[in-house]
Design a protein around this ligand. Structure first.
Ligand code: AMP
Length: 306
């Protein structure tokens, strides 16, 4: 089944303890699409400026991402500059330049409006709401957000929560949004405002999925080298939503599986700058890391031996 994503299509300048990248392909929409396209056909909607290197999006197109909803507008592209010091779990935003995003109104192409799975990637909540008015009763709508929007568009974000089935956000964002330090309380606070499920990502410490009556946890894969954490959250969401769209199954058991696929895809994203690693891997790599995840939490043999 197809997957519609609306998100930022950006140029990222990132500094990590291991190196620097200037104006690399980034943005929540790009990372999500690069990840989800391993599972299902993806329609990407967003905007870039006249300065955007469109040729750099060709590999996404070759992976089956439909870019006909990416508008090229007069002006400069969205740019994000961030830095990670030794705590690779949290980025320090040095600069956010909205550029053409400040005047953008998403126009969902007719052919994308009945996509059964919709992901409103990290972007202005006003645009996320706008998209919801244009789609026809998707089976599952999920969204993401970040501190920038929690601070600057809180009322719109709270309105959005009423209309989504699920939200993904990291632990800091969940605490900031709910004003609760305890993550179980934070998740409950968020669920009381709309979404039936909340996924709280904890970077190298894995991810929780909360619903009213249960909580599921998946670890992050313990990589020896994390090169650049940018886009890990969006790639997680791409794996999660991509797997749901591929299977067409939104049962609780399958949502749990999808969280593990999310962790698998997040673990690939951080191995290189930008979307490089996501574009290089194939199904065999994904399946092999999934097996490594199974081995990571399996205790069956030990139990059998005792
Ligand atoms: P993540 O590391 O998954 O949380 O997301 C990183 C991506 O988010 C980067 O590629 C940025 O271009 C993008 N980004 C940063 N700030 C914003 C923002 N305010 N709105 C939308 N996208 C953003």
């Amino acid at each position: 089944m197809t997957l519609l994503v609306v998100g930022s299509v950006a140029l990222d300048s990132v500094e990590t303890p291991f190196g620097k990248a200037e104006n690399a392909i980034g943005g929540s929409g790009n990372f999500f699409a690069a990840s989800a396209s391993h599972f299902a056909p993806v329609h990407l909607v967003g905007v870039v400026g006249s300065d955007y290197p469109m040729d750099k999006l060709v590999p996404l197109q070759e992976r089956g991402v439909d870019l006909s909803g990416v508008e090229q507008a007069e002006g400069s592209s969205f740019r994000w500059r961030g830095r990670y010091t030794h705590d690779l779990n949290s980025a320090e935003t040095l600069e956010t330049h909205l550029g053409v995003f400040s005047h953008f109104r998403p126009k969902i192409p007719e052919a994308f409006r009945n996509a059964p799975f919709v992901f409103l990637a990290n972007i202005d909540p006003r645009l996320q709401l706008d998209v919801l008015q244009q789609v026809e009763r998707p089976r599952l709508v999920a969204c993401d957000t970040m501190n920038f929007w929690i601070e600057s568009r809180r009322p719109e974000l709270l309105e959005l929560l009423k209309h989504v089935d699920l939200i993904t956000l990291n632990d800091g964002e969940a605490r900031q949004l709910s004003d609760k330090y305890n993550l179980v309380q934070a998740a409950r606070w968020i669920m009381e405002r709309g979404p039936r499920r909340v996924i709280i990502k904890k970077g190298e410490h894995g991810a929780f999925m909360f619903s009213e009556h249960e909580v599921f946890f998946a670890p992050a894969y313990p990589l020896e080298e994390v090169f650049d954490p940018t886009g890990a959250g969006d790639s997680f969401a791409g794996g999660f939503m991509g797997y749901l769209a591929k299977t067409g199954d939104i049962s609780t058991a399958n949502l749990r599986r999808a969280v593990v696929y999310g962790c698998v895809m997040g673990s690939f994203a951080v191995e290189r700058f930008s979307v490089e690693r996501l574009l290089e891997i194939g199904t065999a790599d994904i399946q092999s890391r999934l097996q490594q995840f199974r081995d990571l939490v399996s205790v069956e043999e030990e139990l059998g031996a005792s």
